[in-house]
Design a protein around this ligand. Structure first.
Ligand code: PLP
Length: 394
């Protein structure tokens, strides 16, 4: 017997067993269906599949059994009716937005968003006749005030890069419902194990699966979760025609990564809590941004909206840009790289890396100072990480 109890399983168990189907040879792991197309027994059967009269696979852009298992598992984890896996986190963001927005429509989004999401909204969508207003999502009155007659979507991510502000998802869902808008949340920094936006009334959740969901730094992929009607449009109109589908091999790697998501996140959060306290007390650092710290704006959401604070910390080293650069270069265990959610602790300098496309004025307005650093805390022993920081400060 198998999978007869999925409704009662905890998320850690679902991440391992959820959505798994016993296959013909009894393989423990999910088979990798590395195929572009699927064979029909007869022309009639092919016709029936295309007509939707017979279930079954046709062509991997329209669905694949390995990908489908990842989608079932993610839908179970997020408490969604359905999910779609995509070629990247950005394919997830763009597919989710294009499912709801047409030329002439408007969206309201957080002014702090992932860099390419910002570019998508302010450049690519504008080319298609879709406009956006970016506001501070810590102020729901400002969000409501930005809504126009042609507004269709509210969008944010929380906690948000790089200062880890947390936005009130229940309040956002209420504003969306009151104005008949679709609410979309990028849940990349939390994963469904730490935060479930749909349970708070949000309509759609997207992920960069490149980060914690896969967790091993070897895949670029995304996920969208939502209700059956939205997801049907997203899969069989947007993904089918724009084509941003995932490779079955990448879906298979994410399924493998998800089996350890719960234990990995526990360690990421444990390490980040210790490291944030250490940085916060250290005289060589000025500001530390981490929702797990009691003085952080997002702290009041821990334990209700989000189970724990996650594994990303930002902080300012006392000194100028060159001091920050020298500190990063002296680190030996931290790896200098963008991205997050990997086993390796990563450090980056937002002013010259992730936020370098900003003008210096826009960067300053966004609080991205020249001495700001961001780390994605990995799975190493935290005392080794602290020792590395100590030696880099000498
Ligand atoms: C990385 C990231 C994305 C983009 O995902 P890709 O997989 O790189 O396309 C979107 N949102 C957030 C919050 C991210 O961290």
């Amino acid at each position: 017997m198998q999978n007869n109890n999925q409704g009662k399983w905890n998320l850690a168990t679902l991440a391992i067993h959820g959505g798994h189907q016993r296959e013909a040879f009894g393989s423990l792991t999910t088979p990798l269906y590395q195929t572009a197309t699927f064979v029909f027994d007869s022309a009639e059967q092919g016709g029936a599949r295309f007509a939707g009269e017979e279930p079954g696979y046709i062509y991997t852009r329209l669905g694949n059994p390995t990908t489908a298992e990842l989608e079932r598992k993610m839908a179970l984890l997020e408490g969604a009716e359905d999910a779609a896996a995509t070629a990247s986190g950005m394919a997830a963001v763009s597919s989710a937005l294009l499912t709801h927005l047409h030329a002439g429509d408007h969206l309201v989004a957080s002014k702090a968003v992932y860099g390419c999401t910002f570019a998508l909204m302010t450049t690519q969508l504008t080319r298609l006749g879709i406009t956006s207003t970016l506001v501070d999502f810590t102020d729901m009155n400002a969000v409501e005030a930005a809504i126009k007659p042609n507004t269709k979507v509210l969008f944010c991510e929380t906690p948000v890069n790089p200062h880890l502000q947390v936005f009130d998802l229940t309040a956002m869902a209420n504003v969306a419902k009151a104005h008949n808008l679709v609410s979309i949340v990028d849940n990349t920094f939390m994963t469904p194990l730490l935060q479930q936006p749909l349970a708070m009334g949000i309509d759609m959740v997207i992920h960069s699966a490149t980060k914690y969901l896969n967790g091993h730094g070897d895949v670029i992929a995304g996920i969208v979760c939502g209700n059956a009607e939205h997801m049907h449009r997203l899969k069989y109109e947007i993904l089918k025609d724009f084509g941003g589908v995932i490779s079955p091999h990448d879906a298979w790697l994410i399924l493998r990564g998800l089996k350890t998501l719960d234990v990995r996140l526990t360690r990421h959060c444990d390490n980040a809590e210790v490291l944030a306290e250490y940085l916060d007390k250290h005289p060589k650092f000025s500001q530390v941004f981490y929702p797990g710290l009691s003085h952080h704006q997002g702290h009041r959401f821990i334990g209700n909206q989000m189970k724990r604070a996650g594994g990303v910390i930002a902080f300012e080293l006392k000194g100028n840009k060159q001091d920050a650069i020298n500190f990063v270069n002296r680190l030996g265990l931290f790896t200098i790289a963008v991205s997050l959610g990997d086993a390796e602790s990563l450090i980056q300098h937002p002013a010259s890396m992730t936020h370098s496309p900003y003008t210096p004025e826009a960067r300053l307005a966004a609080g991205i100072t020249d001495n700001l650093l961001r780390i994605s805390v990995g799975l190493e022993n935290v005392q080794d990480l602290i020792a590395d920081i100590e030696q880099a400060l000498l």
